[in-house]
Write a protein that binds this ligand. Structure first.
Ligand code: S3P
Length: 173
């Protein structure tokens, strides 16, 4: 199994934490796209948004996707908005299996409660749940194109990882 395994999905669906566990279970290197950008830019994602704007962040994200999709054997966690760029989605799908983690808007709200960490949610004022629902609806067509979907709302990390591994085995056989 040489292809990449890519975890995508909305903010708060567990891409980074589950990606780390999955990578160690599969014995593969783990790359988190947001973290890669932060390390390379020596700035946090909120600071990049604040100082240079979202479009600049999206360009850094596209560059990271272009680089990572040339590699194989990785577990990659995308940012929540990475796959709303059709070219990013195409490159990632060509490089491996794209698994989309899903979650109810209410649970996403509770998991992303802290302000200052998710710049695209912070503009929404007190109507954060409405912002989450709107963005989920806008992004649905992209998330729907993933190869496999796992709902993380009520499942434990162990159950989710088991389900993904089962699916990866089926995908490869
Ligand atoms: C974003 C999600 C974030 C990060 C950036 C933009 C989005 O990643 O890439 O703040 O547009 O949904 P996480 O999903 O890892 O929080």
């Amino acid at each position: 199994m040489k292809d990449n395994v890519i975890l995508t999905g909305f903010m708060g669906t567990g891409k980074t934490s589950l990606g780390k566990v999955l990578a160690s279970k599969l014995g593969r290197p783990f790359v988190d796209i947001d973290r890669k950008i932060e390390v390379e830019q020596k700035l946090s994602i909120p600071k990049i948004f604040e100082q240079f704007g979202e479009e600049h962040f999206r360009e850094l994200e596209r560059a990271a996707v272009r680089e990572l999709s040339e590699r194989r054997g990785l577990v990659i966690a995308t940012g929540g908005g990475t796959v709303k760029d059709a070219e990013n989605l195409r490159l990632l799908k060509n490089s491996g299996v794209v698994i989309c983690l899903t979650c109810s808007p209410e649970e996403i709200l509770s998991r992303t409660q802290r302000r200052g960490e998710r710049p695209v949610l912070d503009g929404g004022g007190s109507e954060r749940l409405e912002t989450i629902k709107r963005l989920l609806a806008e992004r649905k067509e992209f998330y729907d194109r993933a190869d496999y979907h796992v709902d993380t709302t009520n499942w434990s990390p162990l159950q989710i990882i088991d389900d993904i591994c089962k699916h990866l085995r089926q995908f490869r056989s």
